[in-house]
Design a protein around this ligand. Sequence first.
Ligand code: XIL
Length: 363
Amino acid sequence: MTTAPSDRRAILKGALGGVLCVGSALGTPLGHGPAMAAAPRKIPFGAAVRGDALAADAAYGAALADRCRLLVPEGGLKWPVLRPNRETFDFGEADRIAAFARRNGLGLRGHTLAWYGGMPAWAEAITSPVEAEWVLTSHIETVVSRYRGFIGSWDVVNEPMPDNPASPQDLRRFVWTKTLGAEYIPIAFKAAHAADPAARLVLNEYDIEYVGPRFAQRRAGILAIARSLLDRGIPIHAIGLQAHLFADRELDRDGLQSFLREIKAMKLDVLVTELDVIDAGLPTDFATRDAIVAKKAADFLQAVDEVTPPSAVLTWGITDRYTWVPIYFTRSDGTANRPLPLDSDLRPKPLMNVIERFTGSAS
Ligand code: XIL
């Protein structure tokens, strides 16, 4: 469905009905307490969802509705899907996911407004700062206001740090940094806040939890961005830890926890936004592999929880049937990757148990 934004907004408001609020991912504080504590607690669990699979695979939809309190479109709100060209917004996939969430009483997160990944060629070709600011802010205004009152939290800026930053100030080179420099970040947060003042605004990043200077530099960079926004009075509410965990990389517990203490001192929330465990280097045997995957996630969640319980935990997909991992991390033994809570037949794996215990959703 490709329509002018103004027509669609009215239609969508009707289709989505009233405001839906789920836990502190949408701003309501949740109970805090030690990991795996006896006292029950509820942290919303959610997963990234693919619109094409949702349309074609009823069992997949049922698994999402059964297990999740939150969804996030895996691709449906990204620029390449929404903005095939400068003139149009194509909300078809995002609207279908929003309608599914609404029907099933689930909350929705938004991912993402400013990200280098897959930017359409027409946008990447912009060279004028004035045009860049207009295109970025008008995109954010249109997209965020369309789902105002329904999408309660947005990954406003995704992956601002380069893979291997030269300094904490280093930013990834793409159209917005080439034209606007570091200012693209406050511009994006301000635009998102103006479009939905109640939305929780998140700075989302990956590869910050491991041992080594590259990861320390990335943590320092994210803290510097958050601090600078806060110093300037620009709304930011949370840091998103993507947590694409590598099963065979060592977690930097101390580094991660001091990073989280800084975030807590800034009074920002923490969300786990894209959890999965990359199993490319693990043994073939499924039981062995699944146990290592679950343990890695448990260690990570425990380390986070000791400092600041996350206000939501989302995995990047719910089932190994639909996962991005093999795009980059195929296994050399030819077996399929097993990074997610449910296997490819939608049966729960040990990772599902870890998440259910952690979030308090275990039955
Ligand atoms: C990935 C999707 O899962 C793929 O289907 C798509 O082709 C590329 O993007 N970090 C992010 C996500 O923030 O947006 C990425 O999603 C995975 C890594």
